[in-house]
Design a protein around this ligand. Sequence first.
Ligand SMILES: NC(=O)C1=CN([C@@H]2O[C@H](COP(=O)(O)OP(=O)(O)OC[C@H]3O[C@@H](n4cnc5c(N)ncnc54)[C@H](O)[C@@H]3O)[C@@H](O)[C@H]2O)C=CC1
Ligand SMILES: O=C(O)[C@H]1O[C@H](OP(=O)(O)OP(=O)(O)OC[C@H]2O[C@@H](n3ccc(=O)[nH]c3=O)[C@H](O)[C@@H]2O)[C@H](O)[C@@H](O)[C@@H]1O
Length: 431
Amino acid sequence: MKVSIIGSGYVGSVSAACFAELGHEVICIDIDERKVQMINDGIPPIWEEGLGDLMRKHAEKNLIATSDYDYAVQNSDVSFICVGTPSNEHGNIDLSIVGHACKSLGMAMAKKDGFHIVVVKSTVVPETTEEIVLPLLEEHSGKVAGKDFGVAMNPEFLREGKAVYDFMNPDKIVVGSIDERTGALVAELYRDLDCEVTRTTPRTAEMIKYVNNSFLATKISFSNEIGNICKRLGIDTYEVMKAVGADFRISEYFLNSGAGFGGSCFPKDVRALIGKSKEIDYYPSLLESVIEVNELQPLQMLELLEKHAGNVKGKRVAVLGLAFKNQTDDIRESRSIPVIRRLLELGADVAVYDPMAADNMKELIENIKYCDSAAEALKGAVACLVMTEWDEFRKLGPEFEAMKNKVVIDGRKMIDPENLEEDIVYEGLCW
Ligand SMILES: NC(=O)C1=CN([C@@H]2O[C@H](COP(=O)(O)OP(=O)(O)OC[C@H]3O[C@@H](n4cnc5c(N)ncnc54)[C@H](O)[C@@H]3O)[C@@H](O)[C@H]2O)C=CC1
Ligand SMILES: O=C(O)[C@H]1O[C@H](OP(=O)(O)OP(=O)(O)OC[C@H]2O[C@@H](n3ccc(=O)[nH]c3=O)[C@H](O)[C@@H]2O)[C@H](O)[C@@H](O)[C@@H]1O
């Protein structure tokens, strides 16, 4: 089929490359000309394992990019909306980017003959597809949904760092549509993937995405709360969760306690669901607690720092890990951000290292020292905070010897204290 993808970020560029790999003809649309050029040159606009290979393979063949909505709509049967849905200043969903995309799409659809399908892939709160996207498309195209064009909601469940793998090996595909014909056509796009398609209504599809993310975030905050209790009782929470996770009803996944969850989605999506609940007069106290536990978690790293290193004014503190998790250059809502900001308020001389995310952090925080290795960041430091679960941190050992005061505070259970020299003070956040 001929597919256009609006927005070439993490979801859009991965979906585009994977749909091309599945044999569809794909046109990416982005307002960022730099990204358009990169895709046409076969260069992925974001880092994702395997994405470069797919883009190089399909660029200028069945994968092209443009900033011209008219061209993209004329030359495709289905348009996926994959633009960002950030939080506004109150934590509620900000649908302004979706609104702009719908306006441009609707205007392009006005000039096209024949049935076109619009699929919302961006994460949007329940009712958005039917009550905001659909009316905007009708308004700007002058056409009638269900008759002249189809509307569907197809949430995305990929994880950053494993995005290409997840897209090609989904454990679920959900398609919510306003009519049978549209839902069947969207499901058809995925026919070569080994996964059943769950067909439903747009609002159910929207809710499935929020419940999925909120449940995973709840598992993490639950594990962090248990971890905090375990810590105070001298119990290793990882040992506890290993046994608890063996219960198939619970599962072993997403029970790793530590510095909390970051990323572009868990924090914003839980907040957006809280906002939507309040809008319909329900106070979601459990979801509020999920966010509260998550916000307090990185600050506990600083309490441990104070316990072991005292006043850090004018002293070097090493922060290992800037990305919100391993295998990505994404720093959105990374737990390192509140930690670094607080260290700067305390007057510390902050030295940081991340194998992939330093360039992105440089755009957000300038007055810290960016190092090329963990060893460089640790040199002369009075303490080290491990913030991201990068595998390479597991191998650290002799590098800690270059510290001035050997204190290691581990927010991700990356360092095995058994491998450390005796003069190193090691403290895990929840174990
Ligand atoms: N990042 C992730 O791992 C996942 C994200 N999602 C959801 O997918 C959506 C997109 O997220 P990301 O890909 O992370 O966002 P992103 O911010 O990386 O990418 C959005 C892209 O849209 C482009 N854009 C903005 N306005 C536009 C317009 N009017 N027309 C065309 N392009 C426009 C931007 O230039 C950018 O390239 C969000 O709703 C997010 O919650 C869902 C699952 C996973
Ligand atoms: O909607 C989204 O954007 C995506 O959000 C998450 O994917 P992602 O944010 O890429 O990363 P995860 O691997 O889920 O990790 C999120 C955060 O939770 C933290 N985490 C994860 C697992 C765990 O046990 N403990 C824990 O603290 C990680 O360090 C990271 O900061 C979901 O896993 C995806 O299914 C979803 O599509």
